[in-house]
Design a protein around this ligand. Structure first.
Ligand code: ADP
Ligand code: MG
Length: 393
């Protein structure tokens, strides 16, 4: 039987979701059992791993994500190399769950973003907006023998959307509430906020990238402490806030821009870091880290107040992503959003580390079912649409 017909006939599927975010810290791979599709989807996590990249790989990817230092030869290589790493992660998570690959029905892979250009640029008299995620899905399908869906973002962009954020559809499926205005905050390299008003339909969902998540802190930890990140937020907890630095960071126009909006390293990468270091010359390292750490919860809160609070005063904020491990950020969020309850998604039964990977497993399931999974109210696309490319093994 045709593999897609076989898949369509199955009520319960085993899917693997793969995610590597802007932090390029590891490949998150999750094995989930999925029943149904669309609004009635049910799912259960079976195994999760953060599959490591080789030493130096993060720096290599970041270097090649920048205009000027990236080159077409390494981009071509990375596209396949990443797919090989993703396939390794598939093998590893299946091994952890003690499930043979032959029993796995589907892979959903986000890919590694190396560039995200959601604003129109004029080339040859034509406006073009683009985004590039590496880790070729057809290679993953061939190396694992599993139907693979990848490259979710371009479809939304083709219809005028930002191609991001895509997690809100999953948030709607997994977290909507009949009794509470609930917000979801994922703090990866970039932070994004989803608001699910009480009893919402998918058209009521609001979401946007609020700006940097861990990205600034990670880059500053590298420069000031030669570490990849601030474990637990301990350096920040030793420091004091530098108010002038906060003011300068807010001068980036992105924060005043109305949603729909999405961002990446293009705005909050090297140049932004150079500006911070320049302005904070002479300050103690822990104070610079504390300030950069404070900036994430503060910028989330300020934009919530500006763009959402009046219509959707939230009762609960549910945090996920690596930033959920940063005690300084969690404490600051609790303070800003009080009296709303601030928790991690673990408290609602969904691993805060696995959440985004689970999302891409579920988005692949939607694509196979032929269901749209962008949220036009969030991305700005002209209509709901089916996302991704389906690759047969
Ligand atoms: N124990 C921890 N303490 C503090 N920060 C952490 C911890 N674990 C992860 N992080 C932060 O989370 C980042 C990874 O988060 P993740 O959600 O995987 O982001 P992305 O989606 O961008 O890859 C790391 O780069 C680091 O900044
Ligand atoms: Mg990550």
């Amino acid at each position: 039987m045709h593999p897609l017909i076989q898949l369509l006939k199955k009520k319960n599927k085993l899917a693997i979701g793969l995610m590597s975010g802007t932090s390029v810290d590891s490949i998150d791979a999750v094995l989930v059992e999925i029943a149904g599709a669309g609004i009635s989807t049910r799912f259960r996590q079976r195994a999760f791993i953060a599959h490591p990249f080789p030493k130096g790989f993060r720096e290599f990817v970041l270097h090649n994500s920048l205009p000027g230092s990236g080159n077409v030869e390494t981009i071509s290589t990375l596209n396949v190399l990443l797919a090989q790493f993703f396939a390794d992660a598939v093998h590893a998570v299946a091994r952890k769950a003690r499930i043979p690959l032959s029993k796995i029905d589907l892979i959903g892979s986000h890919g590694q973003t190396v560039h995200h250009l959601p604003s129109p640029q004029n080339f040859f008299g034509t406006d073009v907006r683009s985004t590039l995620q590496l880790g070729d899905p057809s290679t993953i399908a061939k190396l694992t023998g599993i139907v693979t869906v990848g490259d979710f973002r371009p479809a939304d962009m083709a219809l005028g959307g930002q191609g991001a954020p895509l997690v809100p559809y999953f948030d709607f499926i997994a977290f909507r509430s009949a009794t509470k205005h609930r917000a979801l905050l994922n703090i990866g390299g970039i932070a994004n906020l989803t608001v699910l008003p009480k009893n919402c339909t998918v058209n009521d969902v609001r979401a946007f990238d609020t700006g940097p998540g861990n990205m600034l802190v990670d880059a500053l930890m590298k420069k000031l402490y030669k570490k990849d990140f601030d474990r637990g937020g301990s350096a920040a907890l030793d420091g004091e806030i530098l108010p002038e630095l906060i003011t300068t960071m807010f001068s980036e126009p992105y924060f005043a821009q109305k949603p729909p909006k999405s961002t990446g390293r293009e705005l909050f990468g090297e140049q932004f870091i150079a500006k911070i270091l320049n302005l904070s010359r002479g300050a103690r390292s822990q104070d610079i880290i504390a300030t950069a750490t404070e900036f994430t919860p503060l910028s989330v809160y300020q934009q919530y107040v500006r763009f959402l609070q009046r219509k959707f005063p939230i009762d609960e904020l549910v945090v996920s992503g690596g930033g959920a491990h940063n005690m300084f950020m969690m404490e600051a969020l609790g303070r800003y959003f009080s009296p709303a309850r601030v928790t991690t998604s673990n408290a609602l039964g969904i691993s805060s580390d696995a959440k985004e990977a689970i999302c891409f497993g579920l988005l692949a399931n939607e694509t196979i079912a032929g269901n749209p999974s962008n949220v036009p109210a969030v991305t700005g696309a002209s209509r709901p649409t089916v996302l991704g490319k389906i690759c047969l093994p």
